[in-house]
Design a protein around this ligand. Sequence first.
Ligand code: 5GP
Length: 226
Amino acid sequence: MDSIIRTKGKGNLIVISAPSGAGKGTVIDGVMKINNNLWLSVSMTSRNMRSNDIPGETYFFVSKEEFEERIKEGVFLEYAIYNGNYYGTPKDKIQEKLDQGIDVILEIEIQGALKVKELVPDAIFIFILPPSMKELRRRLVNRGTDSKEKVLERFKTAYREINEVTKYNYVVINDEVEKAVSKVNAILLSERCRVDRIEDVYLDNMEEEIHELLVDKDLDNDPIEI
Ligand code: 5GP
């Protein structure tokens, strides 16, 4: 049976940011597993590949020069320089997915998120926080992938980034991954129920007939035959 309301038929654009070490990637992976109406945008970057990267899946890897070429071609919805490397969101697939009613997730840092906010004010902005700065430090150190100096640099960046949290619509604290996953998913589900997503109210044929009978008939002069 047709739904009594027709939504705008478009997905939501969801921007998720977090300081490094907050566990954003793990939370997003968890949400992707339980919500099949999501598409995670794959960014382009000029940073070096890491051992756990899969080209075309975690990022599209290009040289700095190639990235700059793409900027000139207007390929990106937004791009930013982070830790000396370019990162950008290719815009080609995003509209296509939104038009199919699929929610699109951009996992990007704050400068890029703020650019998206200017371009798409009705996008939904979610910030993921660690339970405490102490815990963030512990997670950064335990990763064991960075030098002491690098950990300190990431920690300082995290401090700066956390100040931007009020520019987002939602904040989710990642103390336990499962809880954080269900909170992010709850946000996505509630956003799809918003009244302002309703384009119009329509009645299918059967209901139109009833409506005519109930409202439009002059009952005194034109009684309903039952
Ligand atoms: P990493 O090098 O650790 O993969 O990512 C570093 C930061 O860049 C993360 O905060 C990540 O979310 C962000 N990032 C990844 N892709 C993009 C993008 O397309 N645009 C922007 N602005 N940031 C991105």
